[in-house]
Design a protein around this ligand. Sequence first.
Ligand code: GLU
Length: 440
Amino acid sequence: MSVRVRFAPSPTGNVHIGNIRAAIFNWLFARHAGGKFLLRVEDTDRERSTPEAIQTLLQVMEWLGLNYDEVPVYQAAQRARHLAAAEQLVTSGHAFRENKDGKGECIVFRMPKEGRVEYTDIVKGTIRKKAEDTQDFVIVRSDGNPVFHLANVIDDIDMRITHIIRGDDHVENTFKHIQIFRALGDEPPQYAHLPMIVNAMGKPYSKRDGAAFVGEFREQGFLPQALFNFLALLGWAPGEDREVMTRDEMVALFTLDRCKSSAARFDLKKLIWMNGEYIRQTPAAVFRAEFEARVKADGYWHTDLPAAEVDGIVALVQPRTKFYSEIPGNCAYFFTEEYPFDAKSVEKRLKPAGVPELLEAVAQRFEALPAFDHAATEAALRAMGDERGAGLGGMVHPVRVAVSGLSDGPGLFEMLTLLGRPRVCARLRRAAARLREGTL
Ligand code: GLU
């Protein structure tokens, strides 16, 4: 039987990373098996499932490259079918009508009264419950609307789903679902419940922990490939410490028996690192376009920049960019003499006594160099560090903060060379003057 899996989100206008992680696992499983990955929009909550919310969902899927097969199923449109199935269950005696507290009739599904209800989960193993610990439950409300459990199962039957891969918040629901399948004469599909995504404290990851919706990661400048790769590892261990993988590698390696049942910790540092890896692998022309757009949006760009200089900046910046949104903040000094100074860095590196004098001495030494390149600037700072007993570090840090306003950045000597002697020396002298005036 060929694999048919589905992603069955309830659109709310925001797509939580836990949901999209389920989509990714379904997608990888289907592509690995050469089966079908289907989309079912569980849009029965008409207030939340607006056309905009559905649009957001489809955009997120497209952004992440989660292409689906066949025409999407919209659950609300299957209402008549859900109600007919409920009638069938009443006729066969698996369900009954009841008028609870006089509010009108609802349809209630009967759970077994003895023995156990159990199923085998590919990730979690056998999950069982005593029948006496289960309860009959409503499948059609007194207002005539089918409930989630009924709609979800009927659609899975109609879509001929073979494996249900979803978050483990549905482990309990599955006891109900398998009984509906059986009552309708169907064998339940295979289940794989994915471990919860948790924060550093082991609690469910939520928006209080940081970005939780795919759209937020996108806005922050995370690449879809990086987010995809990162989320694929939340609950899946491809083995041999593999981390950064191409999509084809992930498809080739993905199996449910390598999915873990223990909670998956959301580690933002790892995502940032991974994003940096993907940015490094991005073709230079693509990175450059993104770089330009971001610097322009921040107003630093000026049109008379020689292309070779931009190439030089891009070559320095690309290998150390972790996410695109940090570009303007990290790169202003390449474009303007009005670059901002980071207050903490100024305090630590420029405020100590003797720094203005030191910066001026460096400017003087730089001006006297026969050539202003990596080797010469480095040798000059080394020599001055020795002479002053400050070491190379004692020179590099104040110089970096003076010429860039920041403590971190690309290799100092590459940066100095790129900025060029006149700009570097003017910046050193200006920083010294401002420190003396107390305006820095
Ligand atoms: N709409 C449900 C959810 O998003 C579907 C769960 C499922 O069966 O995959 O939690």
